[in-house]
Each structure stands twice: as C-alpha cells, then as structure tokens.
Design a protein around this ligand. Structure first.
Ligand code: MN
Length: 248
C-alpha cells in the first residue's frame, strides 16, 4: 500500500496507528500543516524508514502560523519532501491570500534553489496561481497536485507541465472528481488518503485505504485491477527515480 498524502499526525490515536501504518504501507508521505509540527512529527516517526514526514505550512493557517514562515524556508534544505503547501482561494480564506501567496512563492523558489523537492500541493480555487508559480520556478522539483478540483482547462495545463495528481477514494467517487480523473494520463496518478479529514463510512479513512482508488480506476481505465496496481507502482517508482535527479 502507498499513500502520498496523509495527515497521520492529526489522528487522535496517531501513535497506535503508527506501527500498523509502518507494517501495512510500503510508503506513506505524512504531510504537516506547520514547520513546528514537522519538527515534532519527524522526531516521533523517525524509527520508520518507510514513513516520510513532509515539511509544510498549510494555506488555511497562513495567518495563524505566519510566525513559522522563516522556519519553513530555513528547513527546506533538510528534507526531500515538502507539503502541505499551496494556495486556497476559496471565499473564507480570501483575507489571507497575500500571505498565502508570499509563503507559497517563497517556498517554491527555495525548492528550486536547493535543487528540487517532492512537493504536495493544495490548490483549491487557486489552480492558475499555483501553476504560474510552479512554472516560474520550473526546477523546483516534482509537484504533486493533491485533490485537484480545478477546471478541465486548468487540468490540461497541469498535465502539460508534467504535474502528478494524488487522488483519494472520496474524490474518485464524486462526479466531478471522476470526470477530471478520467482525463488524467495513467502515468501521472498517485494514491492519497488525506485522512483523517477524508471520511469513509462515517470514520476517518486510513493510510492503507488510499489504494482503494484502484477498483474505481480499473473501471475508468477499463483495465484489470492488477494492471492498475502495477501502473500505480510504476508511477511511484518513477517518482523516486525523479528524486534521485535532485541536485544537492
Ligand atoms: Mn491535506
């Protein structure tokens, strides 16, 4: 099992789950919402080689955590994985848009400066802003658009730019999500849970359930489920190979 976007540190029973995630998942990318959370979580999860903790500053807390902005920038050289970062242009976050843009742009610029990073990106109602920044710093590394919900036009641009898309079981069961996913080339898709925020059957989704997208993908792609799983494995392998190209 693979999960490229989990908030494992935010489950109420995170420590109990940790061992099972380490056992059941071949790889889990735990994204964090602030640099201080990254520091703490990295300490707690360090025994697990197959669980990586990404350095993040979530756009929804851009204002609240703005005092950690320097810590974010000065830590980017210490890790291969950045997230959750991005821009949220939805109505309730418009008042912090300037700060969000400053944080995101500076982060992506720093990723380029240090030779490239894997970056898990939030782009709700702000896809064109996010893509413009990625294009400005085209050597920033490997962008993964998490839970993409933009327009078909924006999707086409992101595909042309070679972005990856991490998709979760709830997204793929919605009509809009499914429609978008059907337009994404198979080789750009990666699984995510986005738990504990994503709920299935009234409870938080687990990191080992991210791969549940494979049954839906098998219908969308008209491909046997085993081939879908192979494809996802292949995409993940390519992602790791891409990381080896980061200059240090
Ligand atoms: Mn998230």
């Amino acid at each position: 099992m693979i999960d490229l976007h989990s908030h494992l540190d935010l489950y109420p029973n995170a420590l109990e789950l940790l061992e099972r995630v380490g056992r059941e998942n071949r790889f889990t990318l735990v994204v964090t919402t602030s640099p201080r959370a990254w520091l703490a979580t990295t300490q707690v999860f360090r025994r697990y080689n197959n669980i990586k903790v990404a350095l993040g500053l979530h756009p929804e807390v851009a204002d609240k955590k703005f005092n950690e902005f320097d810590l974010l920038l000065s830590s980017i050289h210490k890790t291969n994985f950045i997230g959750e970062v991005g821009i949220d242009g939805s109505a309730r976050n418009l008042n912090t848009l300037e700060k969000q843009e400053l944080i995101f742009k500076s982060t992506i610029r720093e990723c380029e400066k240090v030779g490239g990073r894997v970056i898990s990106i939030h782009s709700r109602d702000a896809v064109s802003k996010v893509l413009t920044t990625i294009r400005t710093y085209e050597n920033c590394g490997i962008p993964i658009l998490h839970w993409f919900s933009g327009s078909v036009e924006e999707l086409t641009t992101a595909i042309k730019m070679g972005c990856y898309f991490s998709i979760n079981p709830v997204m793929i069961r919605g009509e809009k999500g499914r429609e978008l996913i059907s337009r994404i080339p198979c080789n750009l898709i990666l699984p995510e849970s986005d738990g504990p925020f994503v709920k299935m059957a009234g409870r938080p989704i687990m990191p080992w359930e991210a791969m549940n997208i494979c049954s839906d993908l098998s219908r969308i792609w008209r491909m046997p489920i085993e081939s879908v799983k192979d494809m996802i494995e292949e995409n993940f392998k390519k992602l790791l190979q891409g990381m080896s190209g980061f200059s240090r």
